[in-house]
Design a protein around this ligand. Structure first.
Ligand SMILES: O=C(O)CCC(=O)C(=O)O
Ligand SMILES: [Fe+2]
Length: 300
């Protein structure tokens, strides 16, 4: 296992508290992670998009709930949100033992309207058909755009130890509904049982989910369609990397056998040399093998 990202960055007290809460309960509240005024501005940028977005289709997404993605195109504040230092470093700390680098899994704005019943309790890592418990795949951050309370659809979390095996049996009265306000954030693991609560109030409840996943997994939101090369080429290198415009060793996500960042060039060559992007153990094996194969060629 690789050393944790927090070790490399120097573990801050905040980090330690969050890591402990994630391990113990599966979720952690971070107060004042961003100024409330920044989130108010973000909410303002998203308002016309919520207004134009139709209600969802299907019982999981909710028929009195509006959702949209591609948040990096919807607000000039979104790049800073998805690259929030504390959130990305906690996510890296949780996930980078199992991958080279984390990636953006999704950006989704969610507005739950009055009268929406509570959502099916679920674990977000259920989207990948993998045996459970092998490793964490996902770290999500919920950024409330309005206050989250139990009565208005605030997200419900079942702390790890108390979570029932069957989600359908999860009793809402045994769930925690963190009371958070714009500027606060709730970090939660992909393995944490949770759901949107019922909105019994007279106002919509809105929030943004930003997810970070293992760098080699299929992303929930297709980042290469959301931000095609013509768009992504104008992002910073760090943001392009986070979207997945980089190779995940060995050679995963390649374009013409090279990093997908090649596809961001304004003029693409018709032909490119494929280039190894491999992990150290493969490189060592290859070196030994290459010597052997070379000798065979000389003596043949
Ligand atoms: O909006 C919420 O509170 C949570 C929504 C959720 O968990 C989901 O749609 O996966
Ligand atoms: Fe969820």
């Amino acid at each position: 296992m690789k050393s944790g990202a927090s070790e490399r960055r120097g573990c801050k007290p905040d980090h330690r508290r969050i890591a402990e809460e994630l391990r113990e309960r599966g979720f952690a509240v971070i107060r004042n992670a961003l100024p409330a005024a920044t989130i108010a501005q973000l909410a303002n940028d998203l308002r016309p998009h919520f207004a134009r977005t139709p209600f969802g289709e299907g019982a999981f997404y909710g028929r009195r709930t509006k959702r949209f993605g591609r948040l990096l195109l919807r607000s000039s504040l979104a790049p800073a949100l998805v690259q929030h230092e504390l959130m990305t470093s906690v996510a890296a700390d949780q996930l980078e033992p199992f991958c080279d680098c984390i990636q953006l899994n999704t950006t989704q704005a969610i507005e739950i309207h009055p009268g929406e019943p509570r959502q099916l309790p679920h674990r977000d890592d259920g989207m990948w058909p993998m045996p459970r418990g092998l490793m964490e795949c996902l770290v999500n951050v919920m950024w409330p755009l309005t206050p989250f309370r139990r009565h208005n659809g605030g997200t419900l979390f079942w702390p790890k130890r108390e979570a029932p095996l069957s989600p359908i049996d999860a009793d809402p009265s045994s769930a925690v509904a963190p009371e958070v306000d714009p500027g606060d954030a709730i970090l939660f693991l992909g393995s944490t049982l949770h759901s949107a609560g019922a909105n019994r109030s007279l106002q919509p409840r809105a929030g943004i989910v930003i997810g970070y996943s293992l760098g080699w997994l299929r992303q929930h939101e297709n980042q290469f369609l959301a931000y095609a090369p013509e768009t992504a080429r104008h992002f910073t290198p760090a943001l392009r990397d986070l979207l997945g415009y980089r190779i995940h060793r060995p050679n995963l996500g390649c374009f013409e056998g090279r990093s997908p960042a090649e596809a961001l060039q304004p003029v693409l060559p018709d032909h490119l040399a494929a280039k190894d992007e491999i992990i150290r153990s493969h490189a060592e094996l290859l070196e030994i093998f290459a010597q052997r194969a070379g000798r065979e060629l000389e003596t043949a």
